[in-house]
Ligand binder design. Structure first.
Ligand code: BTN
Length: 330
């Protein structure tokens, strides 16, 4: 599918107006003035938001007021919760996309600043690691891509992957209260089931990165996950028994990532390694299999170094350095 159309600031403004007049009816004249829009435009806007699930109560002679606002991830619903200084200052919201990573690539090529975020309520062709696809539930999960422009060489990017996983893990723990576990390189598990995946894509020259797209998928408020992945994946709602505020989770992720990212750029992975290891039961002493293209490394994990390389002691006693792959416990 083609990538959808950005939601546009009119929806954001309408939501702001409705939220700041909760319980109060506003007539057409007031809406037109506040939104600086034509009456035709207003009706079109009402019809668009209603189609996406917003409920307006209409009373002849009095006007409209908000009845139900879905848990969208519009800028006006995320930004009041931001604790980051520049990540998330610009949020491009979509109701429907092919892939948010793809949109973020286009925006990055157009020159948007670092920290720009793309979020979607629904993603039709979500991309996962190792060429897999990523499934998300409309309006229930977090589907987000972030543009980064670090001064790094391409070989330093694998560490950044670990940093993003650590930020996601901290945000999930802070908002849900669940114990999280990082599975190398950056899956976030709850009770051994994957609830969050990260796909970092880069546009680089041989010696420097032009930009990075960090793609984050979190299974948040779905009751269950598709049957095909039910044995290894779950949702935060399923694990915690409650609905979680997606907007706060997005804001917290941006907060943790911004602070870890700046620390990483200033001080390198060494400064974050202990934190990462403390948050991962997979870093040492786990019997694992790492599936790589065309081969499989099997053994016990022996920690990571500051390049983000995972050490595996094979059955023959040899230590193998692993940089990429898919880790499974056995
Ligand atoms: C994984 O396979 O574990 C990584 C999954 C990453 C999914 C996210 S959802 C938002 C962003 N857009 C995409 O198409 N993929 C990433």
């Amino acid at each position: 599918m083609q990538n959808g159309k950005a939601t546009g600031c009119k929806v954001d403004r309408l939501v702001n107006v409705l939220l700041s007049h909760r319980g109060i009816f506003l007539n057409q004249e007031k809406f037109l003035k506040k939104l600086e829009i034509s009456s035709k435009g207003l009706l079109r806007l009402f019809s668009q938001v209603r189609q996406e699930g917003l409920c307006l109560e209409e009373v002849t002679g009095r006007g409209w007021r908000l009845k139900r606002l879905p848990d969208w991830l519009l800028g006006s619903m995320v930004q009041p919760h931001l604790r980051s200084t520049y990540f998330g200052q610009r949020i491009h919201h979509y109701f429907r996309v092919g892939s948010t990573n793809e949109i973020a690539h286009q925006l990055a090529l157009e020159g948007v600043p670092e920290g720009t975020v793309v979020v979607a309520e629904e993603q039709i062709h979500g991309r996962g690691r190792l060429g897999r696809s990523w499934l998300s539930q409309k309006g229930r999960d977090i589907i987000l891509s972030l543009v980064l422009r670090p001064s790094l060489s391409p070989c330093e990017v694998s560490c950044l992957n670990l940093v993003v996983g650590l930020a996601a893990s901290k945000a999930i723990r802070a908002v849900s209260g669940l114990a999280t576990d990082l599975k190398w390189p950056n899956d976030v598990l709850v009770r051994k089931k994957k609830c969050c995946g990260i796909l970092t894509e880069m546009n680089a020259q041989s010696d420097h990165v032009d930009y990075l797209i960090v793609g984050l998928g979190i299974n948040v408020n779905g009751i269950s996950v598709p049957k095909v992945i039910a044995d290894k994946a779950s949702t935060l709602r399923r694990e915690s028994g409650r609905l979680l505020p997606r907007n706060i989770l997005v804001a917290e992720f941006l907060y943790y990532l911004e602070s870890l990212y700046l620390n990483f750029l200033r001080n390198g992975m060494q400064a974050l390694l202990d934190d990462w290891i403390e948050n991962s039961s997979y870093a040492t002493g786990k019997q694992v299999k790492i599936q790589q293209l065309g081969r499989c490394v099997q053994g016990i994990t022996m920690g990571l170094n500051r390049q983000g390389v995972l050490f595996i002691r094979r059955v023959d006693g040899q230590i193998e350095k692993v940089m990429t792959g898919d880790l499974v416990q056995w």
